[in-house]
Design a protein around this ligand. Sequence first.
Ligand SMILES: NC(=O)c1ccc[n+]([C@@H]2O[C@H](COP(=O)([O-])OP(=O)(O)OC[C@H]3O[C@@H](n4cnc5c(N)ncnc54)[C@H](O)[C@@H]3O)[C@@H](O)[C@H]2O)c1
Length: 340
Amino acid sequence: MSGPVRFGVVGLGEIYQLAHHLAYQRADGLAAVVVCDFDQAVAERTAAALGAEACTDHRRLLEDDRIDAVDLVLPHNVHYEVAREFLEAGKHVVIEKPMTVDAAHAAELVALAAEKGLTFTVNENTRFIPAYQATLDAVNAGEIGDVTLVRTLISGNEFERLGNPKLWKGRQDGSGGGTIIDAGAHSFYLLKWMFGEIASLRALSEQLVGVSQVEDWSVVCGRMRSGALFSVESTFTSGGPWNERLEVHGTKGLIVVDQHQNPPAMIFRGKRDHAGSPLPGTAYAPNTWKYESIAAGIESFAHSIANGEPTAVAPEDGAYAVRVIERAYESVATGRPVPL
Ligand SMILES: NC(=O)c1ccc[n+]([C@@H]2O[C@H](COP(=O)([O-])OP(=O)(O)OC[C@H]3O[C@@H](n4cnc5c(N)ncnc54)[C@H](O)[C@@H]3O)[C@@H](O)[C@H]2O)c1
């Protein structure tokens, strides 16, 4: 493909404005041609900032030949339907996490894109966070020995959105769940990308924000196929800024990644290495960590289309995260461990 990849963007809410917009402003190998949101004022304001066209009905974009690809930044409950419409119309599609609410739908989208020869993936920004890549490099180089335990903790301040029954976030029919589907999507993708598949899991959840319909704390834990143990904890009732933390424990050492820690990624080599050392290439950037990695995901997706290369985030791994989410809710409901 010559020239920039031409995008239609659907959904111009919070994370579009904070993160995706950066990619279209930089316009490095991509261009926003039409931006779309139910909210006309938002669509027009965003379009004006980018020199794009505004629209309020995504169906107008389906047959628009000026567009090669769409970036879908929508509430969870419409991911499947809107992504399918665009794939059927022959557009490349990148969608925000979770790929879908339903695992069968995610598998269907991956198969449909492959059948049509289209580039499709989930914009899982975890893949573009330098500290995680540095962690994976160190683990693969054997620096901490065999991995015995992987722990993630994602904490967010969602009191306001969960407390507003008009918003999709706290409604079961809007989000498909709370922390397990929303924050868990990141951690389950990360586990798969870095450490492979899960063998079995058990999950529990709790709810503090009374007016919402979804869990706002959860722990999903179990064993990976590699034999390592894992635990994925998420909360939406932390008064602090959104934070992502990863610990990888190995037979010879430990790596701790924490978005708000400076330096953000430390490696401890052995039981007497109390001071540890920073992992190379992991700059302290707590406030841009998420937004820059999301924008990088869009740029990487455009690069894949332009060069006919596989996406950095394998679509199958995005779909796998949805399978894990489904099994985790099954475990919450039954109170029992679930094999994968
Ligand atoms: N990668 C990350 O770290 C990250 C962070 C935050 C949100 N997200 C994901 O991004 C997605 C959006 O989240 P958000 O917080 O920006 O939500 P939001 O509610 O702030 O924005 C969604 C926007 O979509 C618009 N919309 C809904 N349906 C539409 C349709 N059919 N056509 C046109 N516009 C439509 C709404 O008007 C709204 O402006 C979700 O999947 C969420 O999980 C990802």
